[in-house]
Write a protein that binds this ligand. Structure first.
Ligand code: SF4
Length: 143
């Protein structure tokens, strides 16, 4: 059987810990998060995921946001202002999405958005009930 793209998450040392610790910018919290990461068997996959998806916040793979390499560029945006997506379009896009792939990846497969806008859009999707928070990431809701 082939492991899914997020299979590394099942081995995460931070599973079951308070995700807030990994997003707290206080130096003591950052140090505590890094201590957990130091013993994590999937640290490299976690760091690579954070870079590939342009995670702007938190400690991933033992690296704080300002310690991570610059993410690769997203596909060229369509000319003009950033695309908008209505609640109805967002619902239709994510209601049948793969619940095992990060929602951000699937959203960006369909529509180019600046990273900050994509996160805000996914927060809207959470309110619509088509995306849920699992651990530290957002995934399409399992039905
Ligand atoms: S943030 Fe990443 S490296 Fe750190 S414990 Fe969690 S899965 Fe492991």
């Amino acid at each position: 059987m082939t492991a899914g793209p997020a299979a590394w998450r099942t081995q995460a040392a931070c599973r079951g810990t308070d995700p807030a610790l990994f997003y707290d910018a206080h130096p003591a919290a950052v140090a505590a998060a890094k201590t957990t990461c130091a013993a994590c068997p999937v640290r490299a996959a976690c760091a690579a995921h954070a870079v590939a998806t342009g995670e702007e916040y938190g400690v991933w793979g033992g690296l704080a946001a300002d310690e991570r390499p610059t993410p690769p560029p997203r596909p060229d945006p369509a000319p003009g202002p950033a695309s908008r997506i209505s609640d109805d379009e967002l619902y239709d896009l994510l209601i049948d999405a793969d619940p095992d792939r990060p929602a951000l990846d699937q959203l960006l497969d369909h529509i180019w958005l600046p990273t900050a806008t994509a996160y805000k859009t996914l927060e809207r999707a959470v309110r619509l009930g088509v995306v849920e928070r699992r651990g530290r990431a957002l995934f399409p809701t399992r039905h």
